[in-house]
Design a protein around this ligand. Structure first.
Ligand code: GTP
Ligand code: MG
Length: 92
């Protein structure tokens, strides 16, 4: 499928590119699991993220600076951001 890191891989021998990535999603969506898999870390004992994690991972010739935002924190941020204006929020 086009659009992945594989497609964006830099040419061999070129300087490593740095990307900032933010993982957003509901609780238990698998954000931290995905980040740990990217970092080749153990995924059997993952607990819900309190606040957020920031981790740098080297993958496919890129340095990825990944922000893993806990679903609970995202819910609080969305509520505070949107409650003055929204009457209905649809997340798909
Ligand atoms: N079956 C299955 N389970 C998964 C997958 N990815 C994650 N899980 C499980 O789903 C649960 C939640 O995963 P997390 O990575 O903690 O989810 P999260 O999005 O970081 O959750 P918060 O930190 O609460 O926002 C864990 O028990 C994982 O083992 C997947 O691809 N398949
Ligand atoms: Mg998490």
């Amino acid at each position: 499928m086009p659009g992945g890191l594989q497609d964006a891989a830099p040419l061999k021998g070129s300087v490593e590119q740095e990307l900032r990535i933010v993982l957003l999603g509901l609780d238990n969506a698998g954000k931290t699991t995905l980040l740990k898999c990217l970092a080749s870390e153990e995924v059997s004992t993952i607990t819900p993220t309190q606040g957020f994690n920031i981790k740098s991972v080297h993958s496919h010739g890129f340095k990825l600076n990944v922000w893993d935002i806990g679903g609970q924190l995202l819910a609080v941020l969305l509520e505070q951001l949107l409650s003055p204006v929204e009457q209905c929020l649809l997340a798909i």
